[in-house]
Design a protein around this ligand. Structure first.
Ligand SMILES: [Zn+2]
Length: 246
């Protein structure tokens, strides 16, 4: 099980990333409020999209830097010998940026209008969807950084998922599976918009499990007994949502 120091460093890092995300969300909402003209949505959108893309690229770099600092600290804390050079994360593809921003921005606005919302309400809805997608793009910087470092770092054994105190059923399910070992080179960090989870690197199998994941793992075994695949996931979702509602 991860040491208390390792868990503390990981949580500290997660909180830094969440704070970065909160700043990005505020910027996105303010930008829409200032520049989005509900009467001329199509005309004002390309300029707004360019600024959003710039924010995403820049803050993604900040997220990666935070992740690298954390990675170095956690590695030192784990007493790992030898030096390690962090990877350079791949840049966001421009086409992906455009598709994501259009879908969660102008398209979300128009969909809301088509469903009978007022322009003001539609703009608010677009603010929520856009801040979710932009902050996900931003946090992918830190997430990709850690997964990439683990892949390149010969001493690393894998990574685990650290959630916030109140994760959704999807994230709690992923966390319940415990560490993703380095041998699974192709594993991606699955995250949804507004997700506050971060990966936690580990340098020994003994320390790869997080306390929280161990609890979730036992709950999962209990709740999904005798079930597998989609049935197990359904049972888990039901359990999780009831538990949260209770
Ligand atoms: Zn999550």
């Amino acid at each position: 099980m991860a040491s208390p120091q390792a868990e503390r460093l990981a949580e500290q890092h997660r909180v830094q990333q969440v704070a970065l995300r909160a700043g990005v969300s505020r910027d996105v909402v303010a930008l829409l409020r200032d520049l989005f003209d509900v009467e001329n949505a199509d005309r004002t959108w390309p300029a707004i999209r360019s600024i959003l893309a710039a924010i995403a690229v820049q803050q993604r770099g900040t997220s990666a830097t935070l992740a690298n600092t954390y990675y170095g600290q956690a590695r030192a804390e784990a007493d790992v010998s030898g030096a390690f050079l962090p990877i350079n994360p791949a840049a966001l593809a421009e086409e992906l940026l455009k598709v994501v921003l259009d879908a969660t921005g102008i398209a979300a606005f128009k969909r809301a209008i088509a469903l009978g919302r007022t322009p003001e309400e539609a703009l608010q809805i677009a603010g929520v969807t856009l801040s979710g997608s932009v902050s996900r793009l931003v946090l992918s910087g830190g997430r990709d950084q850690i997964l990439g470092n683990v892949r390149e770092d010969r001493q690393a054994v894998g990574w685990a998922r650290l959630t916030d105190a109140d994760p959704c059923a999807f994230c709690s399910m992923l966390a319940s599976r415990g560490p993703v070992y380095r041998s699974k080179q192709t594993a991606k960090f699955e995250a949804h918009d507004h997700c506050a989870c971060m990966p936690v690197a580990a340098w020994s199998r003994d320390e790869a499990w997080l306390n929280h994941s161990r609890d979730l793992y036992e709950q999962w075994q209990d709740i999904t007994q005798g079930q597998s695949g989609a049935d197990a996931r359904r049972a888990w979702r039901r359990h999780w949502d009831n538990r949260k509602g209770a």
